[in-house]
Design a protein around this ligand. Structure first.
Ligand SMILES: [Zn+2]
Length: 140
């Protein structure tokens, strides 16, 4: 490891970042083998778990890496609904749903026949209003 890599590594360890993000950065810097070497070196002195914790890396992903399996970055699913500020919502969706509890994740849909009828009425009204607004705008 050269001096520049070492400076980089120190900066990474100081940075407040998510564990899997830090692992990805370390892999970008040192390569898979480099990270394995680094953790294995430390593991000789302190044991696997302590070494992994020392570099603040994700436990299971690093163990997989030490066992010679490739590191697969986690796919983090977000709600993504547009918030009042216009940015996508960063919360996790309700399990089995697309949206978080603030953005309709708890919605169970129309559950009675009358509810289905009302929803249909509302939808047709909404479409009619939209068409009216469009023709008013374009003047057609
Ligand atoms: Zn949300």
């Amino acid at each position: 490891m050269d001096a520049e890599q070492l400076t980089h590594l120190r900066a990474l360890l100081r940075a407040k970042m998510k564990r899997h993000q830090r692992l990805q950065e370390m892999i970008d810097l040192l390569g898979d083998d480099g990270v394995v070497e680094l953790v294995a070196d430390m593991a000789d002195k302190h044991g696997d778990d302590r070494a992994i914790d020392r570099f603040r890396l994700p436990l299971l992903a690093t163990k997989a890496l030490l066992a010679g399996k490739p590191y697969i970055p986690p796919v983090i699913i977000l709600c993504g609904a547009r918030t009042r500020t216009g940015a996508p919502c960063k919360r996790r969706p309700i399990p089995g749903k697309q949206r978080c509890r603030n953005h309709g994740g708890l919605n169970r849909g129309d559950r009675t026949p009358q509810g289905r009828i009302n929803a249909g009425k509302g939808l047709r009204q909404w479409h009619a209003a939209r068409r009216a607004a469009k023709t008013a705008l374009t003047g057609v």
